[in-house]
Design a protein around this ligand. Structure first.
Ligand SMILES: Cc1ncc(COP(=O)(O)O)c(C=O)c1O
Ligand SMILES: Nc1c(O)cccc1C(=O)C[C@H](N)C(=O)O
Length: 397
């Protein structure tokens, strides 16, 4: 056994999160793709069966009240809140991340407009996951603002008295770079603008501190590190002090203060409920609620510590096993700048990832030349991390 393999055994033996793996349905595959689709939590299948057979099949319409269907978006939002550092009453679950990006950004721009300072520009992360960029462009056209794409590092210099809102990714989906949410939020506020953060690649992998850092609005998906399942609903955070000014661009009847009053005129509900739109997708939403039970008793700080240990160890193994220069890591070395993934560049990344998957090491290929490995500390261990690096080196040889 190699020295690194022995080291991995010691790390696994000392890993206080290791028992959590039993809360998931996993096989012998090394699953390093939880940043695209989290693994299935073991409680989910029976819960979904109960929702379908009993709540829907037997209680039928009564379940909107008796099974808590109607209030699921805010109840599950409160379950996500501690994972992203938010007090209750500020998060609703529903719709996709894309839709929530639109709601959050347009609402932010409307708040800025309302202040009457003539702020005419939106800044968007030039390195963003594409959907945010497309939606920012549409939001800018709809609100009559100009859109300026800058990298997160360029944001402080790009801010001005013209800036209305800034849309940023907390962790870059391609490189795994963790951006400075506290520092950038403070800079955005100092310029008098609003900060909207996309937490898709950070929530469930590291502490976010939404309340602590005064983030204005945030969105995120639940199918990555929150393991909610394919297409599980996303969430929208609206800071409490801003909720009364949150003017949704999608004011559906579910966000009406009296939905069953069936009034022809719209009057928004108080609080985070304003972020709701239409009827929630109950099957996905209750699968997510069950999935969130894996977090019972788990500290995000411990998850972060293990995530950094795993990514450090993977980088060490890759360097030890792979011919120098064969791959180049585009993931920052500094812990303060690293999310929960390692991204390695090589010209034949697409073909290499196909071979890796066929050998039971599942990561992602991201266009044009990135091998992406996501580390979900709740179920990934050190021995399999070493094995992944060893098989990768064989495939790169
Ligand atoms: C940063 C980021 N934003 C948004 C999305 C997509 O959101 P949606 O769930 O709407 O497809 C993803 C991944 O799919 C993402 O990585
Ligand atoms: N949402 C996805 C999907 O529906 C199919 C395949 C992948 C995804 C993803 O989530 C991709 C992911 N956001 C990424 O960072 O690449």
């Amino acid at each position: 056994m190699s020295e690194l393999a022995l080291e991995a055994e010691k790390f696994d033996a000392a890993d206080e999160l290791a028992p959590l793996r039993d809360r998931f349905v996993l096989d012998g595959v090394v699953y390093l793709d939880g940043n695209s689709l989290g693994a299935l939590p073991a409680v989910v299948p029976d819960r979904v069966a109960d929702v379908v057979r009993r709540q829907w099949g037997e209680l039928r319409i009564r379940s909107w009240d008796e099974s808590g269907w109607w209030t699921a978006p805010e109840r599950i939002g409160d379950r996500i809140a501690p994972l992203v550092g938010a007090a209750p009453g500020q998060i609703v679950v529903g719709d996709s991340t894309s839709v929530n990006v639109f709601k959050a950004l347009v609402a932010a721009v409307r708040m800025a407009d309302e202040a009457g300072e003539g702020r005419s520009e939106i800044l968007v992360d030039a390195t963003t996951f594409p959907t945010d960029g497309y939606l920012a462009s549409s939001a800018a056209r709809l609100t009559g603002h100009t859109l300026c794409a800058v990298t997160p590092a360029e944001v402080p210099a790009a801010l001005s008295e013209r800036t209305a809102a800034v849309l940023l990714n907390h962790v870059d989906y391609r490189t795994g770079r963790l951006h400075d949410l506290p520092g950038l939020t403070a800079a955005i506020h100092a310029a008098g603008a609003l900060a909207v953060w996309d937490l898709c690649h950070s929530a469930g992998a590291l502490p976010v501190g939404l309340d602590e850092h005064g983030v204005d609005l945030a969105v995120g998906c639940t199918y990555k590190y929150l393991n909610g399942g394919p297409g599980s609903p996303a969430y929208l955070y609206v800071r409490q002090e801003l909720q009364s000014r949150f003017d949704s661009p999608l004011p559906g009847w579910n966000s009406h203060t009296d939905p069953f009053g069936m009034s022809p005129s719209y009057a928004p509900a108080p609080g985070a409920l304003r972020g709701r739109v239409g009827t929630p997708d109950i099957l996905s939403m209750l699968a997510l609620e069950a999935a969130l039970e894996v977090w019972d008793g788990v500290s995000v700080a411990a998850v972060r510590a293990k995530s950094l240990a795993l990514t450090d160890f993977f980088l060490r193994c890759v360097r030890a096993y792979t011919e120098p220069g064969r791959v180049e890591s585009v993931t920052p070395e500094r812990h303060e700048e690293r999310g929960s993934q390692v991204a390695l560049r090589c010209p034949d990344a697409g073909a290499v990832m196909k071979r890796l998957i066929s050998r039971g090491v599942v990561g992602d290929f991201r266009h044009p030349d990135v091998l992406r490995f996501g580390f979900t500390p709740l179920y990934v261990g050190f021995a399999e991390t070493e094995r992944a690096a060893r098989i990768l080196a064989e495939e790169l040889a």
